[in-house]
Ligand binder design. Sequence first.
Ligand SMILES: [Zn+2]
Ligand SMILES: [Zn+2]
Length: 269
Amino acid sequence: MQTLAFLTNHNKAPLVADSLADSGFDVVTVDSFDTDRLGTFSREVSRTSSAHETALTKARLATQLAGTRYGLGSEGSFGRDPYLGMLPWDNELLCWWDAHLGYAVYASQGGSDTNYAQRWVTSLADAQAFATQAGFPDHALIIGQAGDSIFCKAVQDPAQLEQTVTAMLEKHDQVWLETDMRAHLNPRRQALIRRAANQLAMRLAISCPACQAAGYSVQQLQPGLACLACDYPTSQTLNEHWLCGACGHTETNTRTGFAEPQHCPQCNP
Ligand SMILES: [Zn+2]
Ligand SMILES: [Zn+2]
């Protein structure tokens, strides 16, 4: 087994350990660096880099702090779904880094099964309705905002929620509530991180045909597979572009066959 150093303050190692053990890695937590310095979800520190850059920074730091060849970083992003922009959306990214060869392999999983939400409430009943919707107390909440007189993170005790909200409503018209999105307090994120680890393990299992480095993977899918009925290019994948991060070897695999007419803009507009 090779040691894989995972930089996390939020106990994510058990989520990825099984998948990556299958790839020959023993996942070891590195928690000597405060990852909040790279950005927090609750906006005390805003993230200045992209999710990919932040995950890579964490993976590289992990190798430096642990003195290992291999490092792992992770980064979650919350927003709206990439299709219609209607649903709350969680994207979980993992970055595996080989410090000897100097290349990264990424895996990510996104899903709308997230409790990501925030709002002002004006009564205890409102607060409790928000909490129920958010999956509290299995999922933790944050009460107040950074800079407020009361700002409680990681709230998982119904009595604390009731007392804090009641006390704040005596002084203010409204109280800010949001879901605590840190992974150790958010089981739905944990499920997506597990799926991303599975994908990473599958990617690491494929070696580059030129240099045998792990993590040879599809970088881009190009649509255009011809329609079975009319031969018009469809939204289905025609070409897969593969890339080795270690040596830069690339290949394009062109799919044979035809797409079902249901994917064709001519036959099924
Ligand atoms: Zn067609
Ligand atoms: Zn290669």
